[in-house]
Design a protein around this ligand. Structure first.
Ligand code: ZN
Length: 460
């Protein structure tokens, strides 16, 4: 399924997410050279020999899902601090994360990416901010893991420079100096960022959060990102503790603090964005700053519920994120769409979020946050062939009146097929390019090693 081989996915319900939000109860998608050539109603009727026709009768075809917030390395630390607040959870985990190395992130990352791919995700974003001394090339390791599994990847070079001894939350041995951070970030962009239309890897700049980085780093990081034409990302307004921290230390709300440092704009998106007041939401909308809503993680940590309806009404770009597996052991992007809808309605009433709006946040909305919506996020001629084919004729979904409701409100359907740039990523519910048992064994090894690092003592 590469080069000029033409593939047609035919006979499925097609949900395009195109400009007019076309849906075809029976339609077909023609894929040519890694891109969508056409999306049309009705089954495919051609008979050319050089066309491979995939019969997708009984399936729903959507754009591949786009994840907009994650910490892949946390796959190695699932199941810790399971009944804790965010700050307690961080305090327990920081020392363990301090043992990260290239090998751990490669193995944990491959399993995390694999599991996310099995939930219909074709574009994986990662926010990596723990760079222990002598940890090796951690960003390179996760980019290699993404290539191995076969996803499109948006890596961000994160950082922390406000250690415990300076009044920050992270222990000093996992923080870096501003110079180290800026050098490392510039090198990551130079080495890995590919802005071309067919790019499979892009890089952004992402200091960790207001309570783990200095104002100087935030300011310098924004300048670097704008100089290189890459995007900016961080955690904002996840907890009330963070709000208190910002008001005590900087005398400002998190959003005013970020604005004062040049951290708002159409090239910026924030993870979580739970504790925004009306003013903050207006500011986000005015500046085109986006929000990666992570409902499962927010509920797992009891952080609160994002004001999704109000953000959308104001015109704030909204995408979805699974967040790291240490605060979302499930790591299913389709379930994030369901949780986004349920939480929005639980707090805002029955019209707070529609099933199609939830699916849009998981696809086109996410692509917009990553600045990649000219290439992914919808099924339209000329866009990348990043496609999810969901089987909805099994016991769980057969006969359901609205197949989009089946995706968003029902149990996640089996993933019949997913493609990235026309190449199979998942086939019949299994990863197409890697052995899942090998990934599982690697993840178990990584989890053991991060807790008990083998210590090599110098010989005397
Ligand atoms: Zn996060």
């Amino acid at each position: 399924m590469s080069g000029h081989q033409v593939t047609v996915i035919s006979g499925a319900t097609v949900v395009t997410m195109d400009q007019e939000r076309h849906e075809y109860p029976v339609g077909h998608v023609v894929v040519d050279g890694g891109r969508v050539r056409s999306v049309s109603p009705g089954p495919y009727v051609g008979t050319r020999d050089d066309v491979e026709v995939i019969d997708a009768t009984g399936c729903v075809v959507t754009p591949g899902l786009v994840n907009t917030h994650h910490h892949l390395y946390q796959w190695a630390t699932r199941g810790y601090a399971v009944d804790a607040t965010l700050f307690e959870w961080l305090t327990e985990l920081y020392p363990i994360w301090g043992n990260l190395d290239e090998d751990i992130i490669r193995r944990a990352g491959a399993a995390a990416i694999g599991q996310l791919a099995r939930s219909g995700c074709t574009t994986v974003m990662d926010h990596h901010y723990v760079f222990p001394r002598d940890g090796g090339d951690l960003l390179g390791a996760e980019i290699a893991a993404a290539a191995e599994v076969g996803v499109r990847f948006f890596a961000t070079r994160g950082s922390m420079d406000l250690g415990e001894s300076d009044g920050g939350l992270p222990p000093d041995h996992v923080v870096e100096s501003i110079d180290e951070i800026l050098r490392g970030t510039a090198a990551a962009i130079d080495r890995h960022h590919d802005p071309s239309p067919d790019s499979l890897v892009r890089v952004g700049v992402a200091p960790c959060s207001p309570f783990s980085v200095t104002a100087d780093l935030l300011r310098e990081a924004a300048a670097l990102a704008r100089d290189r034409g890459v995007r900016l990302h961080t955690h904002v307004a996840e907890t009330v503790d963070e709000e208190d921290f910002c008001r005590e230390r900087f005398g400002q709300s998190p959003i005013d603090y970020m604005e004062s440092l040049g951290w708002l704009g159409p090239d910026v998106w924030f993870a979580h964005g739970i504790h925004f007041d009306d003013n903050a939401i207006r500011t986000l909308a005015r500046t085109g700053t986006g929000v990666a809503h992570c409902p499962s993680s927010n509920a797992r940590l009891g952080a609160g519920i994002c004001r999704t309806r109000d953000l959308l009404d104001a015109g704030v770009p909204v995408g979805l994120g699974v967040d790291g597996a240490a605060s979302n052991e499930a790591t299913s992007l389709l379930e994030e769409a369901r949780h986004a809808l349920l939480f929005a309605r639980a707090t805002g009433g029955p019209t707070a979020l529609g099933v199609r709006q939830a699916l849009e946040a998981a696809t086109l909305g996410g692509a917009r946050l990553l600045g990649w919506d000219d290439q992914i996020g919808s099924l339209e001629p000329g866009k990348q062939a990043d496609i999810a084919v969901w089987r909805t004729d099994t016991m769980a979904h057969a006969g359901i009146a609205d197949p989009v409701a089946g995706l968003v409100l029902g149990t996640p359907p089996p993933l019949e097929l997913s493609l990235v740039a026309g190449r199979p990523l998942v086939r019949k519910g299994r990863l197409a390019r890697v052995d899942e048992a090998t990934l599982a064994a690697g993840a178990a090894e990584a989890s053991t090693r991060i807790e008990h690092p083998p210590r090599v003592l110098p010989r005397v």
